[in-house]
Write a protein that binds this ligand. Structure first.
Ligand code: SF4
Length: 223
């Protein structure tokens, strides 16, 4: 049975390689759900409740609020960012500061849908101090929650925002975001497209055109 699964994975890999599409398997080794003691709930409310009292990593000590994620729980598109910033930590909601306002605008103008139609989450659910990137241990501790959210929302398309989100979700630490931005990849059974983080766009407005192109590509893929 295991051999058959491996063979199928290999066939899939060769097919994607032939199409020049990168393939990443979902990182099963970090799924806490595989460990009976850490079994994760199958319902969003139960998972939210569990995460709200989480102290698996050091970020729990400095957070004001856990930022679980929000949006349409049956969304076609799921955005994954790096982690909450100051406004998100204050409000308990993802992407509501200046970058979030830009993300909302991008969603509305390029995907032509409402922010409420997509699902938005982060690699870590508690704010790293001074807005630093989460370290490996923090990301690994929190990733199972995100993977369970992905399973439950079951989006066709995951859009990672910025290098950190892409790297921790796919495990690909080799290629820079400028190189892989806009590439259509496979992440398990889903499509994944990395693009720039809105906070990068606030600092580099000329890069907005790349993200707009990525979004147009995504819209075309889903229609
Ligand atoms: S960042 Fe994630 S793993 Fe760390 S304490 Fe917060 S919810 Fe738990």
């Amino acid at each position: 049975m295991e051999n058959l699964h491996q063979l199928k994975q290999l066939q899939k890999l060769y097919r994607y390689r032939a199409l020049e599409i990168a393939y990443f398997d979902e990182p099963k080794e970090v799924k806490m759900s595989d460990t009976p003691a850490m079994r994760l709930p199958n319902q969003m409310d139960a998972l939210r409740k569990m995460v709200f009292s989480c102290s698996l990593c050091g970020l729990s000590k400095s957070r004001k609020n856990v930022v679980f994620g929000e949006g349409n729980e049956s969304a076609q598109i799921m955005f994954v960012g790096e982690g909450p910033g100051a406004v998100e930590d204050q409000t308990g909601r993802p992407f509501v500061g200046k970058s979030g306002q830009l993300l909302t605008k991008i969603i509305e103008t390029t995907l032509e849908c409402k922010r409420e139609d997509v699902y938005i989450a982060n690699i870590v659910k508690c704010r790293p101090p001074l807005n630093r990137a989460p370290d490996r241990e923090e990301a690994q501790s929190c990733l199972p929650f995100l993977l369970r959210q992905i399973e439950m929302v079951d989006p066709q398309m995951i859009i990672t925002l910025g290098a950190t989100a892409y790297q921790y979700l796919t495990g690909d630490f080799e290629r820079g975001i400028s190189k892989i931005r806009g590439e259509v990849m496979h992440f398990g059974e889903r499509l994944l497209v990395p693009t720039f983080h809105p906070s990068f766009l606030l600092r580099n407005p000329s890069a907005k055109r790349y993200v707009f192109n990525d979004m147009k590509k995504i819209k075309a893929l889903l229609s």
